[in-house]
Write a protein that binds this ligand. Structure first.
Ligand SMILES: *[C@@H]1O[C@H](CO)[C@@H](O)[C@H](O)[C@H]1NC(C)=O
Ligand SMILES: *[C@@H]1O[C@H](CO)[C@@H](O)[C@H](O)[C@H]1NC(C)=O
Ligand SMILES: *[C@@H]1O[C@H](CO)[C@@H](O)[C@H](O)[C@H]1NC(C)=O
Ligand SMILES: *[C@@H]1O[C@H](CO)[C@@H](O)[C@H](O)[C@H]1NC(C)=O
Ligand SMILES: *[C@@H]1O[C@H](CO)[C@@H](O)[C@H](O)[C@H]1NC(C)=O
Length: 181
């Protein structure tokens, strides 16, 4: 999922921003892998894959749409936590189309250090958990957001945001991870 937020509201600003845009566009380095890729287009909701593993949560995001709106991998960070290098992804240019990958272990430090949220919900058990009349689930969620590195810079780009969530049975997390939900 993405959300665009426009910060432009006056004509003057639009013109100023347009000029800045031209200047920065000339400056931007677009990797060849993106120029040649069919994913070099504006971002779309389907650009993210989420794998809710037993030990890790893995996110994969097409990287070319990120370049298309003039961001790069150094500007995409988990939940805006810019100070922690672990909250950034790694670009993988060896796959087609190229992707930006995030992997974080399902443990307390790793999840909370990057600002992910936990929500506990009660549900009637099904499948493996149908023995229980009520099963608690934990929904781990967050988002990958674009940030502008130069503080105070006029933001002319739309902000992009990819939201993700994984739902685990509470009992599984308690038994198998270092999570004290
Ligand atoms: C998501 O998975 C599908 C099916 O495996 C694949 O075709 C697609 O390229 C993946 N997208 C990303 C962003 O990794
Ligand atoms: C991303 O863009 C910023 C600002 O233009 C630049 O400082 C940084 O080196 C770039 N990162 C990569 C990986 O190209
Ligand atoms: C969480 O995972 C990170 C990375 O694998 C590891 O360094 C850290 O020790 C783990 N924390 C706990 C409490 O297990
Ligand atoms: C998990 O929480 C997020 C954020 O509140 C929400 O958008 C998402 O729909 C929830 N997912 C499930 C499976 O409940
Ligand atoms: C969690 O551990 C308890 C006690 O060891 C066990 O009875 C239960 O089946 C386990 N639940 C899961 C989901 O692994």
């Amino acid at each position: 999922m993405k959300t665009y937020r426009s910060t432009l509201n006056s004509m003057m600003l639009v013109i100023l921003v347009w000029q800045l845009g031209l200047f920065l566009q000339a400056d931007a380095q677009i990797p060849d892998a993106c120029l040649l890729s069919s994913t070099y287009r504006p971002p779309d909701n389907s650009d993210i894959n989420v794998t809710c593993g037993t030990k890790y949560m893995d996110l994969s995001i097409y990287i070319c749409p990120v370049y298309n709106v003039q961001y790069n991998e150094s500007m995409m960070v988990l939940n805006n936590i810019m100070r922690n290098p672990q909250c950034y992804g790694k670009a993988d240019w060896n796959v087609t189309p190229p992707v930006l990958k995030f992997r974080f272990p399902i443990n307390e430090t790793s999840l909370t250090d990057c600002g992910n949220k936990f929500q506990i919900t009660d549900q009637i058990g099904t499948g493996q958990f149908s023995d229980f009349s009520k099963v608690q689930f934990v929904n781990i969620s967050g988002s990958i957001m674009s940030v502008d590195l130069a503080a105070g810079m006029i933001t002319y780009r739309p902000q992009i945001q990819y939201m993700f969530s994984c739902k685990y049975p509470m009992q599984y997390l308690i038994n198998n991870t270092q999570l004290s939900v």
